[in-house]
Design a protein around this ligand. Structure first.
Ligand code: NCD
Ligand code: ZN
Length: 346
C-alpha cells in the first residue's frame, strides 16, 4: 500500500474566489494548494470587460503574501452585449485567459448572462480565431425542464450545434455531472474538455436529502443519480486528457445556505486535492491523479506544466468544519464529515 504520493503541483481550472472579506477568506486555500486557478467572473456586478478583470486581478494580487507564486488566471463574463474587440485585446494582453458563458439565470449571479447563444456568435467566432477558450456552464434554464435533466438537454439542444458550427473553438464544459456529458466530451475531439469537481465524484443526489434537507450538499449543476457519479469517477480516473481538475469551490456564508432559499455552491478548496486523492485511490487509479490534477489542464490551456512538486502522505484526518470570514460569519467546508486518508505535507 502506498504511504506517500508525489505529483506536480495542481492547478484549479474552475474556482470562485469572490471579493472583499470572502476573497480574503477563500484566497489562501486556493493560493496554497494550487499554482494557478481559473477565476470565475460571477461577482456582483459581473466581470464583463478586460478592465474589470484587470482590476479584480489586482484586488486578488494585493491579498497574496509576498512570497506567493500563485497566478490567478482571469475570465470575463459573456453577455449579449460583449464586445469582441474588448475581450480579444484582453486575451492578447494576457489579462484574460478565457471567457465564461452562463446561460442567463442558470446559477448564482448569472442574471445578465447570455440569453441565446446565437446572439454571441460574433464573439465566439472571434474567440475561435484567436484560440481563446470558451468555458460553459452547461445547463438550460427553462423552468419547465426538470432540474436533473438540464445538463443533458443543454448538450442535446445547444452544445451539439455549437460544437459543430465552431469546430476549432476550444470549449471547456465546466463541472460536468452526467454520464451524457462525459460521453459527449470524450467523443468530441481535441478541442473539447471538461472539468470535474471533487463533490460530484463523492456525492449523488441522495446526499441532499439524507435524513432531512442538506443545504451544504446543494450546488449547481445539482448532483445527479448514482449511475452518473460512477460515470464521472470512470471519466476522471480514465487517464483521458479531456478531463481535468476544476473544484468549482464556491463559498457562501453558512446562513445564506441554511435559509428558506439557500444558495448553490460548496466550498472545497482547502481539502480538494485530498478529496480527489481519496477518489482516485478508491478507483485504484492513483497513478492517474497527476495527469488529471496537473497535466491535462495546462496542456488544454497551452500553458507549461508546473515544476514544483507536492507530497501527499497517508495520514488519516478529518477536515475542519468551517472557516471564519469576519465577525461571527463562517463558511462550511465540503468533506468535513469524512475521514480522509491523504494529507498534503506542508
Ligand atoms: C456557483 C457560485 O456560487 O458562484 N455555485 C455553484 O453551485 N457551483 C456558481 C456556479 O458555478 O454555478
Ligand atoms: Zn462554478
Amino acid at each position: 500500500m502506498n504511504q506517500s504520493i508525489t505529483l506536480r503541483k495542481p492547478d484549479d481550472w474552475h474556482v470562485h474566489l469572490r471579493d472583499g472579506d470572502m476573497l480574503a477568506m477563500a484566497l489562501p486555500a486556493t493560493a496554497e494548494n494550487f499554482r494557478r486557478a481559473i477565476v470565475m467572473p460571477n461577482l456582483t456586478p459581473a466581470v464583463t470587460t478586460t478592465a474589470l478583470a484587470l482590476a479584480y486581478r489586482e484586488r486578488i494580487q494585493q491579498l497574496l503574501p509576498e512570497n506567493s507564486n500563485f497566478e490567478p488566471l482571469m475570465t470575463c463574463f459573456l453577455t449579449d452585449a460583449t464586445d469582441p474587440d474588448n475581450i480579444a485585446q484582453g486575451f492578447a494582453d494576457g489579462v484574460l485567459a478565457a471567457a465564461k458563458m452562463y446561460p442567463a439565470n442558470s446559477t448564482t449571479n448569472s442574471a445578465t448572462g447570455v440569453s441565446d447563444v446565437s446572439k454571441i456568435y460574433p464573439v465566439l467566432e472571434r474567440m475561435q480565431t484567436i484560440g481563446m477558450p470558451l468555458l460553459i456552464h452547461g445547463e438550460v434554464t427553462d423552468k419547465h425542464v426538470d432540474i436533473f435533466d438540464r445538463e443533458k438537454i443543454f448538450i442535446d439542444n445547444i452544445l451539439t450545434k455549437l460544437r459543430a458550427d465552431l469546430p476549432e473553438l476550444r470549449i471547456v464544459l465546466e463541472h460536468i455531472t452526467t454520464e451524457d456529458a462525459a460521453q459527449f466530451v470524450s467523443g468530441a475531439g481535441a478541442n473539447t474538455a471538461a472539468t470535474i469537481t471533487p463533490h460530484h465524484l463523492i456525492i449523488n443526489r441522495n446526499a441532499m436529502f439524507n435524513g432531512g434537507i442538506r443545504p451544504h450538499m446543494y450546488c449547481l449543476p445539482v448532483a445527479k443519480r448514482e449511475r452518473h457519479r460512477l460515470a464521472l469517477r470512470q471519466a476522471a480516473t480514465s487517464g483521458e486528457t479531456c478531463f481535468f481538475l476544476g473544484t468549482d469551490s464556491a463559498p457562501h456564508l453558512r446562513q445564506e445556505k441554511e435559509s428558506a432559499c439557500g444558495c448553490a455552491g460548496v466550498f472545497s478548496s482547502p481539502v480538494a486535492i485530498e478529496l480527489y486523492a481519496q477518489v482516485f485511490e478508491e478507483e485504484q487509479s492513483l497513478e492517474k491523479l497527476e495527469g488529471f490534477a496537473s497535466i491535462h489542464g495546462p496542456n488544454f490551456y497551452n500553458r507549461p506544466v508546473n515544476e514544483e512538486i507536492i507530497s501527499l502522505v497517508r495520514s488519516p484526518w478529518q477536515p475542519p468544519e468551517s472557516f471564519m470570514v469576519s465577525g461571527n460569519d463562517h463558511v462550511c467546508v465540503f468533506g468535513s464529515g469524512l475521514e480522509l486518508n491523504w494529507r498534503q505535507e506542508e
